[in-house]
Design a protein around this ligand. Structure first.
Ligand code: S3P
Length: 450
């Protein structure tokens, strides 16, 4: 079957197979890819980005940065060249910026526009248009931006940035890298120090990359776990090349697939190991997962390592609420792993899952229930009791890439195949997912093919 046919297929069927083996290359980190294009465009000079994720979300951010005045093109060797124009060189786009499915793209770019004397309207797909934006636009308005939005703070949103933004002084109720990053990006042009406090540390890729581009950023953890970030305003960013590590959130799918399928022994090299992203690895190891971490090194300023994953009998555990920020995108696939474990896995403090690409608490629980698994949930937790699932059903991704990949992975461990509709959404974060899986031994097929 031609690779691109599989990648563009709306409906895939996943069945049991004889285990995953060999080397599985996952694509570049989505969070770091977005930031490399945004900061590269705001910097002065030319930034070469190697290993950029060429998924739909990141490409939407690339088009938006071009519309704001940055130059972005792909070089012959596959790397990307960002021609930064400095913050003073960014302009109001002529058309609304369509960020597709991407919460990160839309929220970070709202921060960029809020700190500059320009106006942009933001829109997105059905899923993004349901997601809350006030958590970002309210604090940006406090920094001086003028914001209008649809009822309930939804897209489309129009942001007119302040002539002279006020430095942020924000206490976030949730640990969200998107909220924090929007404030920091708006704060680049403010006079004085912007301060953002979050209840736990969320991923700090914006802080790291701002430093890489020459800004002064301080971070500290207070005794109660509060993460405080301070950015010196009136910063001038200087172009600096970026090497994007492979995405730990994408590695999560082959990792769990290998753990739950008998006979698996899989190498997943070059994965980003920022400690604010590795909560799933810790959790799976606590559940008895055989995940060997080796060849730890620093590449392009990022900590990376190779992972070797072998089939393991998992057992249920309690996953503490404090860990949620470090694995927020990984709960759907953890829930899949939990269906194959002995005993019960309780995932606590996961209310943020309700405002992702779908309400992931409800969609994950409903899907596992439909597959014949044992699952309960409330506003802030999901509990899965293992022992396997029957499968033999169909689930729709509802424009959520991680739902699609999670249930295709569940099909590898269920008694009967699982069909997933709406699979092209996988291309937002993991183009080539099905091809890479099948290359290592999975049995993902287009519905109707035998
Ligand atoms: C991201 C932050 C997370 C995560 C998203 C990517 C980022 O969202 O869910 O996939 O790149 O900043 P929140 O910061 O809203 O939790």
């Amino acid at each position: 079957m031609a690779d691109d046919v599989l990648t563009r297929s709306e409906t895939l069927v996943s069945s049991r197979h004889a285990g995953l083996s060999g080397r599985f290359d996952v694509p570049g980190d989505k969070s770091i890819s977005h930031r490399s294009l945004i900061l590269g465009g705001m910097a002065i000079g030319t930034t070469r980005v190697t290993g950029l994720l060429e998924g739909d979300d990141v490409m939407a951010t690339a088009r938006a940065m071009q519309a704001l005045g940055a130059g972005i093109s792909q070089d012959e060797d596959g790397s990307w060249i960002v021609t930064g124009v400095g913050t003073a060189g960014l302009v109001s786009p002529e058309q609304p910026l369509d960020l597709g499915n991407s919460g990160t793209g839309v929220r970070l770019l709202m921060g960029v526009v809020a700190g500059l004397p320009i106006t942009a309207t933001f829109c997105g797909d059905e899923s993004l248009s349901r997601r809350p934006m006030a958590r970002v636009t309210d604090p940006l308005a406090q920094m001086g931006a003028a914001v209008t939005s649809r009822d309930g703070g939804r897209l489309p949103v129009t942001v007119t940035g302040a002539q002279t933004p006020l430095a942020a002084d924000h206490v976030s109720k949730v640990a969200s890298a998107q909220i924090k990053s929007a404030m920091l990006l708006a704060g680049l042009n403010a006079r004085g120090t912007s301060i953002v406090r979050e209840p736990h540390a969320s991923r700090d890729h914006t802080e790291a990359m701002l430093r890489h581009f020459g800004a002064t950023v301080r971070q500290r953890l207070e005794e109660d776990g509060t993460h405080v970030v301070e950015l010196e305003g009136e910063a001038v960013l200087t172009a600096s090349d970026v090497i994007v590590p492979r995405d730990p959130s994408s590695a999560a799918f082959p990792m769990v697939a290998a753990l739950i399928t008998e006979g698996s022994d899989l190498l997943i090299p070059g994965i980003g190991m920022n400690p604010l992203r590795t909560g799933l690895i810790t959790t799976l190891q606590e559940m008895g997962g055989d995940i060997e971490i080796s060849n730890e090194r620093t590449e392009g300023g990022e900590y990376v390592a190779d992972l070797r994953v072998r089939h393991s009998q998992l057992h249920g555990i309690d996953v503490p609420a404090e860990r949620a920020a470090s694995m927020i995108d990984e709960y759907p696939i953890l829930a899949v792993a939990a269906t194959q474990a002995e005993g019960t896995t309780r995932m606590l403090g996961v209310a943020e899952l309700r405002v992702k690409e779908t309400d992931r608490i409800a969609v994950v629980a409903d899907g596992i229930f439909a597959a014949g698994g044992t699952v309960t949930y409330d506003e802030d937790s999901i509990t899965v009791t293992g022992g396997g699932v029957a499968g033999g059903m169909s689930i729709d991704s509802q424009h959520d890439h991680r739902i699609a990949m999670s249930f295709l992975t569940l099909g590898m461990g269920s008694d009967q195949p699982i069909t997933v509709t709406g699979c092209t959404t996988i291309n937002t974060s993991f183009p080539g997912f099905a091809v890479s899986m099948n290359g290592c031994g999975a049995a993902l097929a287009i519905a109707g093919d035998s």
